[in-house]
Design a protein around this ligand. Structure first.
Ligand SMILES: Cc1cc2nc3c(=O)[nH]c(=O)nc-3n(C[C@H](O)[C@H](O)[C@H](O)COP(=O)(O)OP(=O)(O)OC[C@H]3O[C@@H](n4cnc5c(N)ncnc54)[C@H](O)[C@@H]3O)c2cc1C
Length: 456
């Protein structure tokens, strides 16, 4: 438990209204994981100086800190336990600078992706990164997990979007490297180690990012495809189109269950075992529609697609995205398992048939559902059964991950390691890498106070 005099010290620093106890936390949404708020104490510093002092107090009393942004982690990265203090970044909510000429912005860690996107819209700019949790996920969380999302095939993951960082270190010092230029070689780029470090090396307070032109006009289709072999051929053709904004894959089961929950669309998805959500941009809505329609026609002629729905307006476009992003399968099969892998695109058909065969052989009652960002080879595999199987993550993981290394893939694409993939990391990563990761942790956080027990 955190000693009461430490809580008093923190209350004195932040103001009592910004130190929440378990009673106040019971009224808060814990986010994706029910254990996120289990620590029972949450502090809300409002700026870097306050956070530095908070970290110093906690370092002195050896109180462990779990930093939280939007609590949308899908790898148990933001969970906490009694005796720890949650540091909520919700009051780091300012866009410090927005520079349309240099196409950069400096954003505080607690700003959500949707809030940033609203601010960028009036300048015809975009972050170049989008994902389903856009309304909750914060810039700090996105950076700390090196998030990917729908546009990574065009603009990269957060590591490629970030130009600089401001970070409060485990001893309370502040490392400020908020560059707003693309070329910057000022010795070792130590600040970049915090991208993807999942709150284990430091607390990110602000991030400077590279912005991209905002695609205004969009045309969207949901197409049905016979199988993954044809889906990969479609992607190969689509990647030659500069108009391509998104190419998201979903299996027929995901589409069917999602459509049951969407009134605006027919209940039966476009024909095919695999569906692709394809989005194009253009210089007008009409031009984007025409380019997309012509491309689909060509794909029909080449017998790569079987069926297609073309969104007629913005409402239908949003409904198509819901078919992709709806958590329909998880609602249908509570207690299922999520795996987040990257597969070089040419290997996807073989990889998926192998995984399906592995699962069938292991336990015929298991069902596989697939959604993902096909254009960059990131697949989210959910393994479900007619009862809760959440205790079986480790038992099933090797069936999903064992061949990935040999084909150049990854067992952890975009959600991070958190607690969920710790054992997979131990199994799949080299001893050399793990030893240097431990050295790095020791270097930045010698007392093991920052998000302890996560990742390593
Ligand atoms: C519906 C849905 C769709 C999603 N889609 C995608 C997707 O397409 N691509 C993708 O990559 N992810 C996706 N995610 C996962 C999630 O949104 C990302 O991992 C996101 O980056 C987490 O941001 P957050 O602010 O919610 O962080 P949190 O969940 O609060 O924290 C995540 C991790 O980051 C650390 N952290 C948070 N803020 C900071 C900070 N300021 N400094 C240091 N460490 C910090 C935490 O300690 C924790 O380890 C999705 C999640 C949901 C619920």
């Amino acid at each position: 438990m955190i000693p009461s005099q430490v809580i008093e010290e923190i209350r004195h620093l932040l103001g009592a209204a910004h130190v929440l106890d378990s009673v106040a936390l019971a009224l808060k949404n814990p986010g994706v994981d029910p254990h996120n708020l289990a620590a029972g104490w949450l502090a809300r510093p409002q700026n870097t100086q306050e956070l530095q002092q908070l970290v110093r107090i906690c370092a002195q009393h050896e109180i462990a800190l779990v930093t939280q942004g939007g609590r949308t982690s899908l790898s148990q990265g933001a969970t906490s336990t009694p005796g720890q203090l949650i540091v909520s970044m919700e009051r780091f909510n300012r866009i410090r600078e927005l520079n349309p000429l240099s196409r950069t912005a400096v954003i505080e860690a607690g700003v959500t992706l949707a809030q940033l996107d609203d601010a960028l819209a009036e300048h015809q700019l975009s972050m170049g990164l989008d994902l389903g949790a856009r309304d909750q996920a914060t810039i700090g969380g996105l950076t700390a997990t090196n998030a990917g999302g729908n546009e990574a095939f065009r603009h990269g993951c957060m590591r490629e979007r970030v130009l600089g960082l401001e970070v409060v270190l485990a001893n309370g010092e502040c490392l400020s490297e908020l560059h707003q230029v693309r070329k910057c070689n000022e010795g070792f780029a130590i600040e970049r180690q915090f991208i993807g470090s999942e709150g284990c090396l430091g607390i990110i307070t602000a991030v400077s990012v590279d912005l991209v032109s905002r695609p205004h006009y969009r045309a969207t289709a949901l197409v049905g495809i016979e199988g993954y072999h044809q889906a990969v051929q479609c992607i190969t053709a689509l990647r030659f189109k500069s108009a391509l904004l998104a190419a998201e894959v979903l299996c027929e089961g995901q589409a069917r269950y999602a459509l049951e929950r969407i009134d605006a669309l027919p209940k039966t998805p476009p024909a095919g075992q695999v569906l692709l959500l394809i989005e194009f941009t253009g210089i007008s809505d009409t031009e984007a529609q025409a380019t997309l329609a012509a491309t689909l026609e060509r794909l029909f002629e080449d017998e790569l697609i079987l069926d297609a729905w073309l969104a007629k307006n913005a409402a239908e476009r949003a409904a198509f995205w819901r078919v992709r992003e709806d958590w329909a399968v998880d609602q249908r099969y509570p207690g299922g398992l999520w795996y987040d892998v990257s597969v070089p695109i040419e290997h996807i058909p073989t990889y998926l048939s192998q995984v399906t065969a592995n699962l069938q052989q292991h336990d015929p009652s298991l069902q596989l559902f697939v959604v993902g960002h096909l254009a960059d080879g990131n697949l989210h595999l959910t393994v479900n059964c007619d009862h809760d199987i959440h205790e079986r993550y480790e038992e099933i993981a090797p069936l999903i991950t064992h061949s990935l290394k040999s084909i150049g893939g990854s067992f952890s694409a975009e959600h991070g390691i958190g607690l969920e993939k710790k054992q997979t990391l131990q199994r799949e990563s080299s001893a050399v890498k793990q030893a240097w990761m431990r050295q790095l942790k020791l270097f930045w956080d010698p007392k093991n106070l920052l998000n302890p027990h996560k990742v390593l």
